[in-house]
Design a protein around this ligand. Structure first.
Ligand code: DAH
Length: 349
């Protein structure tokens, strides 16, 4: 075999043995590098007579070209091997089921609160939020429930640090303190209009959490209420009746639902009434279900709002969103709302 072919074969074999790009570069140096075998052959040309130089030079160049071709082929092969290895290492099994994140949803009572806000909102009621830690003044006294009033004992609550002995802080037992808080702000804001004898009506609902020392299937120490207040110069019981009937029918999506205003007592309203509803069809048909307390705002309360009870008259109501939720969905134990059991809660999504 021709000496040049031996060199070419040796180079091809060396390139083939190279398992990595670094090995291949080392092998290349042995043949094409400064002291490589092809380079040495080139140097040998100098000693040849002129007529031989030409043909020998052409032969060496051919051998060099063959070696370079083999080198490039091996480079490509190694790159291909590397790519395949990488693809295999990072292989994704697209047939595996994806990782799922359960979609969250709103709590059934939150759904009810949103519904209440939307319905009253459409009737021109603003929505107000107030503190859950209240003062004795807003929770009781301003609502015509002075100390020693027997109605206070029905509102046994949690007293918290921070107030004085005469005016302790407490967790609000109802949302009614928002009547005073909201009205006082309204009066402040519309001072000029009031002085001129034309106050824009107060029309607000105040949903939120409330607290009492109470715990069984229909009472929870923490529960929800939604207060409503409507005060103006010409607001009457008829308006309350109309608005509340409309609310109940929209809320329960039922037109054959009747309301009953049953005389009752609350210190902050006179006269006072419990509002009962009765479905004419469906699983609850025929039973009277209590859904709210209501009444004409007591003159003392109107005065505590900063308004003249001779000029301004109002109606208020307080309802229980927890109970409305139970009635709407047919839930019979209030505690289910506060246990945080996903199996129960996910049924409302
Ligand atoms: N605050 C009362 C309660 O928790 C409910 C209530 C009754 C609210 C009559 C009112 C009302 O606004 O007019 O028992």
């Amino acid at each position: 075999m021709n000496e040049l072919n031996v060199v070419v074969d040796a180079a091809k074999a060396a390139f083939e043995r190279a398992g990595t790009p670094a090995d291949l570069e080392n092998a290349k140096a042995q043949f094409l590098g400064k002291t490589g075998r092809v380079t040495e052959l080139m140097k040998g040309l100098a000693a040849l007579p002129v007529d031989e130089k030409k043909s020998r030079g052409a032969a060496i160049n051919q051998a060099k070209q063959a070696i370079e071709d083999a080198l490039n082929a091996r480079r490509q092969a190694l790159a291909e091997i590397e790519l395949q290895a990488q693809l295999q290492a990072e292989a994704l099994d697209v047939t595996l089921p994806g990782r799922q994140r359960g979609a969250g949803g709103l709590h059934p009572v939150s759904l009810t609160l949103e519904r209440i806000e939307a319905i009253f909102g459409s009737m021109g009621f603003a929505v107000a939020q107030g503190p859950e830690i209240e003062t004795d003044w807003f929770n009781f006294t301003a609502l015509n429930t002075p100390e020693d009033h027997p109605a206070r004992s029905m509102h046994d609550t949690f007293y918290v640090e921070g107030g004085s002995a005469a005016a302790p802080n407490l967790l609000r037992t109802h949302t009614s303190p928002m009547q005073i808080r909201y009205a006082v702000q309204h009066v402040k804001k519309h001072q000029a209009a009031i002085a001129a004898g034309s106050m824009p009506e107060i029309r607000v609902i105040a949903p939120g959490r409330t607290y009492r020392v109470d715990s069984d299937a229909t009472h929870s120490p923490m529960f929800h209420q939604c207060e409503g207040l409507w005060v103006g110069e010409n607001v009457s019981f008829k308006d309350l009746k109309y608005v509340f009937t409309d609310f109940c029918r929209t809320f329960f999506e039922s037109d054959d639902l009747v309301l009953r205003f049953r005389p009752s007592f609350f210190p902050f309203t006179e006269p006072s009434a419990e509002i009962d509803i009765q479905f004419q069809s469906g699983p609850l048909a025929g039973r009277w279900l209590e859904v709210a307390g209501s009444g004409q705002v007591h003159p003392n309360v109107v005065r505590n709002m900063g308004l003249d009870p001779e000029k301004y008259i109002g109606f208020a109501f307080g309802m229980g969103p927890d109970r409305l939720t139970m009635l709407r969905y047919g839930v019979n134990d209030l505690r289910l709302f506060f246990d945080g059991d996903i199996r129960f809660l996910s049924q409302f999504q």
